[in-house]
Every structure is written in C-alpha cells, then in structure tokens.
Write a protein that binds this ligand. Structure first.
Ligand SMILES: [Zn+2]
Length: 133
C-alpha cells in the first residue's frame, strides 16, 4: 500500500499493518490532527519505507520519546515513532490505497470530546451539505 501527505511531496509505502486499525482520542492526537480522533495502526519498521520527500519531514516530540512526523509544507501527520517501541504508528487516513480492514476499537475514551456522539447515526451527504456549502 502507498500513502502520501496532502501536498504529495512526501510519499511512503507500507507492506502490511501489524495491528488492527483503531481510533485514538487522546488529547495529543486530537491537537496534532485537529480532529476529534486520529485513526492509526501499528506497522513494523521493516514494513515501512519513505519513497519520496523524507527530507521534507519535520517532527514534534509530543511526550517524552514520542515523535510525531509530519510534512513541513502541508502539515499532514504521517507516522509517529516512540523510542524503544517495536512498532511505528501509521496515520491510516493518509493511505492512498484501501487497507482492506476496518477500525476495530477506540482508545483514550477518557479524552473523548463532549461535543461528539461517537456512535451517532446522523444524516450524511456524498459531498458538501446541499444547503450549507
Ligand atoms: Zn506535504
């Protein structure tokens, strides 16, 4: 599978996911991704490689030893690496290919925002809301 950042300068390839896909609502992920939760999965280091734009990455150490890598130009979060952890964490939403599996659970429920009903069945539209675009 291949993935990329928003501006396409950074490209990567993943051989396989090593864990189920999950949604993480921890405060660090919420802030880093500017979203109610981040969707991630573990990947073995040997199963991940940068294809292009690695020199366009920057990183932020959001907690001791945890480095979040993102594109310097467009800000897309791509992976995180925790020192001494066996797996890196892929930001699954940056994949350009379908991983073929669906998220299995949510973590950091204790940090979930109060304004989102995570299991809500609400109206949906293929693109913009027809009356609010
Ligand atoms: Zn970019």
């Amino acid at each position: 599978m291949q993935g990329s950042c928003l501006c396409k300068q950074v490209q990567y390839e993943v051989d396989a996911l090593a864990t189920p896909i999950l949604h993480c609502s921890c405060q660090s992920c919420r802030k880093a991704h500017a979203a109610a939760f981040n969707t991630g999965a573990g990947v073995e280091h040997d199963h991940f490689r940068w294809l292009d734009g690695e020199d366009n990455l920057s990183s932020y150490e959001s907690s001791a030893g945890k480095h979040r890598y993102f594109c310097k130009t467009c800000g897309s979060q791509l992976i995180s690496i925790k020192e001494d952890a066996p797996l890196l964490i892929l930001r699954v939403a940056t994949l350009d290919d379908d991983p073929g599996v669906q998220p299995e659970f949510r973590i950091w429920k204790s940090h979930e925002v109060s304004w989102l009903n995570y299991s809500a069945d609400i109206p949906e539209y293929d693109e913009w809301h027809p009356e609010q675009s």
